[in-house]
Design a protein around this ligand. Sequence first.
Ligand code: NDP
Ligand code: GDR
Length: 325
Amino acid sequence: MPKTALITGITGQDGSYLAELLLEKGYTVHGIVRRASTFNTSRIDHLYQDPHDEDARLFLHFGDLTDATRLVTLMEKVHPDEVYNLAAQSHVRVSFDEPDFTGLTTGLGSTRLLEAVRMSQVPARYYQASSSEMFGATPPPQNEETPFYPRSPYGAAKVYAYWMTRNYREAYGMFAVNGILFNHESPRRGETFVTRKIAAAAAAIAAGRQEHVYMGNLDAVRDWGYAKEYVEGMWRMLQVDEPSDYVLATGAAYSVRDFLEFCFDHVGLDWEKHVRFDERYLRPTEVDALIGDPSKANRELGWKAQVLPPELAAIMTAAEVERLS
Ligand code: NDP
Ligand code: GDR
């Protein structure tokens, strides 16, 4: 029987790649979108099918992680086999400006969704988009056993959601898992995350559209992978016999400075001539280094990242050059 999935955050970077993957696998995919005064579906417009078509397999529903009754209603209507909770206020810097809202969505939003699964009694498997930001100040390498030490309202909200997911697994026997994903990027990454910001700036400067880009902490070290590969890992976590939590990462460490060099090199520019400092991009508490150990996912899911930051930067910068032309 073809399966049915429900994705929150389908309009985001990961949601769009996951929807593509599941449609390719023959799933019927339902996504929750927020009502906005402008269209917010640009990442999934290429997947859209008229719901009146007999062969339509992608359906969108208005909803919000802050609206608990709507989540229950949708669960009963869609009756999914798999639920992927990707929705969140996902920007770490913004979470310092909006700590309350970040807690309501990124944290409590997961409880509302877990509770909707439980109340509606659908026998769905549940995926929680947990984050390497939960490790925060704990030094690398980080794996599934590493203690959490979040350094932002976002990180703290994700730790809460992580434990709620584990609690529903242990308390109610739900198949509920945490994918602890390290940074993953793509041409569909939000414009204000550092990799996309750098790739876009390199392309714009090379095209003569701007001269400088203002950045924050260039010393931060991250483990950047390619988003398209990571959604495959999410799916695999829901296909195993026993629910468990998994780290997805490349295991490779690069700094923001390195990523600047890769992107600017791609367009034949010296980044040091174009980068300026602006303290508003600093965070009150920073996460210095995140480097994942994905050996459990390698071993149990057969998942391994292929694209590393030098290639990722080239893919993203090429996409920005293309966008401008
Ligand atoms: P994005 O920011 O690109 O997408 C977030 C999605 O959540 C969007 O679809 C957004 O809708 C939706 N959303 C936000 N608030 C609500 C709400 N209150 N109700 C319903 N939907 C909402 O994130 P990514 O795709 O990059 O990440 C997906 C998930 O994985 C997030 O939970 C993120 O925190 C987590 N994560 C991401 C990592 C990464 O490196 N990308 C690493 C580890 C974890 P809209 O389009 O309307 O804004
Ligand atoms: P992060 O991603 O906080 O790791 O969270 P982001 O790309 O925002 O920052 C990465 C690092 O770059 C430094 N930095 C800057 N960041 C931004 N955004 N803009 C700048 O100008 C800039 N200059 C330097 C930051 O200080 C930071 O150290 C992402 C999100 O996708 C989360 O949702 C996810 O959980 C984690 O990755 C894993």
